[in-house]
Design a protein around this ligand. Structure first.
Ligand code: KG4
Ligand code: ZN
Length: 341
């Protein structure tokens, strides 16, 4: 099956073509520079950029894949959750294309696409659902932090999520306090590589409490108080690196410990992780070490598939059709607050 998908839920305009699990193209136009000036995504600007970028990105996805629009057998788009007007651009364009081609349209849940993204790998990427195992999956991004029990392909149950800030938000807001550019996650990762993670002690929220929920707002606030008590430390580069490493260690310890604990409790042999924060080198390293110790298989989404992109939307849409899911109503509306089941 040859399928085109588009993703416009936040600040990436992306289109991808997938055929029989093979990613033929995955074009991503990032707006990160545009929003950097404001220290976060400005929804109105994101929508305008999606409108400007959508057609060139979709054409490039078809051109790179060597596929004509008339070769497409289905068209998919992220239906939610996400920024309402941003979602609207991709969804309505995809529905119009499906209508013009008289092909099925499939609306995809953004987090469900992240959830199954660790099963796509290789260069060029190929979906490997033949190796699928029941797993506990960590989805960790700028907007979300959640743990999911995946029983079998397309059958999953949300275990817990963040009660306030997402882990990526904690990285980004902490970075802002330190004076680092947006998005701060990759900056903290880079500086932490040369820092001492044991230099400063920060809270590990909800680490010892039962349950699979997360909370990161208090950790960010503790960094603010720490900086108020230690004025001038930001002028000392090594102390900044130590601070980055210490904050990163707190976030990563919470994510890894709670993921492993859920996997043990639910008696699965496999752990997966996806979403933008899964690019973090300490998280990748610590998850690998913990899984090796516990003898869990580990599947981390490839870095290029961690941040938002349309290939993960296309792969999931194709799997859904192959496994018998019905096409979405071609007039379906966006679902900005769609919760993962
Ligand atoms: O999945 P994503 O592209 O967008 C959302 O759906 O939110 O994730 C973006 C988030 C940002 O918070 C960014 O700072 C974070 O992922 N991120 C990282 C790293 N790379 C991206 N956080 C920590 N370390 C990284 N290397
Ligand atoms: Zn995402």
């Amino acid at each position: 099956m040859t399928i085109l998908a588009v993703e416009t839920s936040c600040d990436e305009t992306s289109a991808a073509v997938v055929r029989d699990g093979h990613v033929l193209s995955n074009i991503v136009s990032s707006q990160v520079r545009l929003h950097a000036e404001y220290g976060g995504v400005v929804p109105e600007l994101a929508t305008r950029e999606h409108l400007r970028n959508f057609l060139p990105v979709a054409r490039e996805a078809l051109r790179t894949a060597g596929v004509a629009a008339t070769d497409l057998e289905a068209v998919a788009a992220t239906q939610g959750p996400g920024l309402p007007n941003a979602l609207m651009v991709g969804l309505k364009a995809a529905q119009a294309l499906a209508f013009a081609l008289r092909k099925p349209f499939i609306g995809i849940h953004h987090h469900e696409a992240h959830l199954y993204s660790p099963w796509i790998s290789g260069q060029p990427p190929v979906a490997e659902f033949s190796a699928f195992e029941p797993n506990v999956s960590l989805i960790v991004s700028g907007g979300h932090t959640m743990l999911v029990h995946v029983h079998s392909e397309l059958k999953h149950r949300l275990l817990g999520c963040t009660l306030d800030d997402a882990a990526g938000e904690c990285f980004d807001k902490t970075a802002k306090l330190i004076g680092l550019p947006y998005p701060g996650g990759p900056e903290i990762d880079r500086l932490a590589a040369h820092g001492n993670a044991a230099a400063y002690e920060f809270p590990r929220p909800l680490l010892r409490e039962p349950g699979d929920d997360f909370s990161f707002a208090g950790l960010k606030t503790s960094v603010r108080y720490f900086l108020q008590k230690n004025p001038g430390m930001l002028e000392e580069p090594q102390r900044v690196r130590d601070l980055c490493a210490s904050v990163q260690a707190a976030i990563v310890e919470v994510l890894v410990t709670k993921t492993i604990r859920a996997a043990r409790r639910l008696n699965v042999n496999c752990v997966t992780a996806s979403g933008g924060v899964t690019c973090n080198s300490a998280l990748r390293r610590e998850l690998a070490a913990a899984c090796q110790q516990e003898r869990f298989a580990l599947r981390l989404a490839e870095k290029s598939l961690c941040t938002d992109n349309a290939a993960i939307i296309a792969v999931l849409a194709e799997r859904k059709l192959l496994l018998g899911s019905e096409a979405t109503n071609p007039d379906a509306d966006i679902a900005p607050n769609w919760a993962l089941a």
